[in-house]
Every structure is written in structure tokens, then in C-alpha cells.
Ligand binder design. Sequence first.
Ligand code: FE2
Length: 309
Amino acid sequence: MEEGAAADVEDVAGAVDEDCEGSAIMISTLPALGVGLGFREPFRSDVLFHRDRIDFLEITADHYLDVPDGKLQELEMLADHFTLIPHGLSLSLGSAEGLDQGYRNQIVDLVRRIDPPWWSEHVAFTRAGGIELGHLAPVPFSHEAIDILAANIAEVQELLDTPLILENITYDFRLPGDELDEGAFLAKLTERTGCGLLLDLTNLYTNAMNHGGDPIDLLDQLPLDRVVQLHFVGGHWEQGVLIDSHSQPVPAQVWELMDFVLARAPVRGAILERDENLPPFESLLDELERARQLGRKHGRWPLPTSNGP
Ligand SMILES: [Fe+2]
């Protein structure tokens, strides 16, 4: 991590407002990282070769838990060249039965090891009745779900000073029990926990296409002042349903949403999440540059491309 960032991180755990169980995230003190890529193994040599065109990397935390030393050396090699943001998949913050203590401890150890400016998880559950579901399941947008999420989040916040940001997910269906719309739910959740938001623009767009609603109206309902980071990528259509497959170039509609959000939210970084149907690396770099220019236009990361360390 860059030297200045360490000091910034310490400032983040500052003010606590009275309605907030956790320390309220102070986004203005977080470093503006710019635009980067979700690291995947096939990208290893390309990200190093093109490191002057990638501002930071997001790593999937689960890929570095309980792994041989060689895999951890990969992490250290990446950290020599980039600021790394850990992104967890399986903490299951929405589980009413509480957190899996072993997994929780591994995540805490990893975040401490990386010492990032922030880390992220999903507003979702991946475990129920002790069974791993293998995917991110949506929580009902209810007051009870906020209580459950807040309790689980408080448990990890007790162990980590590093700010946590929460990602909106895609869902095929809504569970019964919604009492709030998604925007109001996320506003209450972030206010209660002090967390920031990882706004996945593609997830928001996908849900709007599959369940109805104008994406801009959905954005207007969100607490945009809490948005620390963005995700973006393209999915594909299958029998009238937009599939969140991370397999296509970023569609025009998502670029428009990015422009809208970057004009209004204090975004500190954006990550392209391409997983499938990998194109020539140059086209991914072009997408990073387009996002970088959008952020510059709105003054979100005014400096030229620079890596962390
Ligand atoms: Fe995402």
C-alpha cells in the first residue's frame, strides 16, 4: 500500500454518530484509487505487464484462505505492485444463525495481512441451517434482516479497524417479507452499521431489467453519499432474462449509469469484474481507461494513472 494510505485508514475509524453501531465510514479520508480490475489467475502476467494502466486490484478473499504458501506468495507479489482490496464471498452477513467463526477468523486474518484502505462483502446470505448454498442469496428487505446483518457486521467490525463496504447483489426472485425498497433498506443498513457501499452498477441494471423499474429511479433511492466503490461489467441475455455472467463488454446503459453516479457519489475506486468469455486483455484495458476518464471528468480521481506501492 502507498505510504499515505496507511495514515488515511487510521483516520477512517473516527466519528461515531449516535444512530450508528459501528464507526461511521469517513469517505473523504479514503484514498482515491482510480480504476482497476478484479484479479483472476488468467490475468496474472497481463496485469504485471500492463501495471501502469491498472490503478489497483480487487482480489477474491476466498481464493487466499487456507491455501499453500505459494498462493500467498502470489498475494505478496501482487501487493508489491498494486494496492489490493479484498472482496469476500462467503461471510454470509445475512445469516440469522450468525457467522461461521472459523471462516470469520480467516477473513479477519487476511484483511489484517493485506492492510487495505477498505474491504468488501455482500448484502446476502450463503449459508442457512449450516448448509453452504454455493451462491449469494438475497435477504428480505425487512427490519429484521437489518437487525441480523447489523449484528453480524458489528461482530467483524469489533475485530477489524479496516472499513467494510457492502455490495448490492443480483437476484432471480424476491423472498417474501420485503418491507422496504432496496434503496431505503441499504440506506438504513449503512446508517446503522457505519458501512460504505460497493455499488455494483451491473447488478442494479440487471435487477431493473429482470424485475422492472427504471435504473435511474433505483439509483435515486440509494444512499449515494455512501458509495465508496463501483463494480461494472456486462452480462448476456438468455430467453428474455439478463444473466449476470460477467462475460460481455460493459453495455452502453451501464456506462450511462456510471456517469450518473460518478457525478453524484464520492466514489474512490471502480473495478471491472470480467470472469468469463475473456477477450484480448487490451480491450479490458480500454474499458478501464473509459471508466478512468469518466471519473476524471467528475473529479473523482484527478491524478494520472498511478499504482499503489
Ligand atoms: Fe459485483
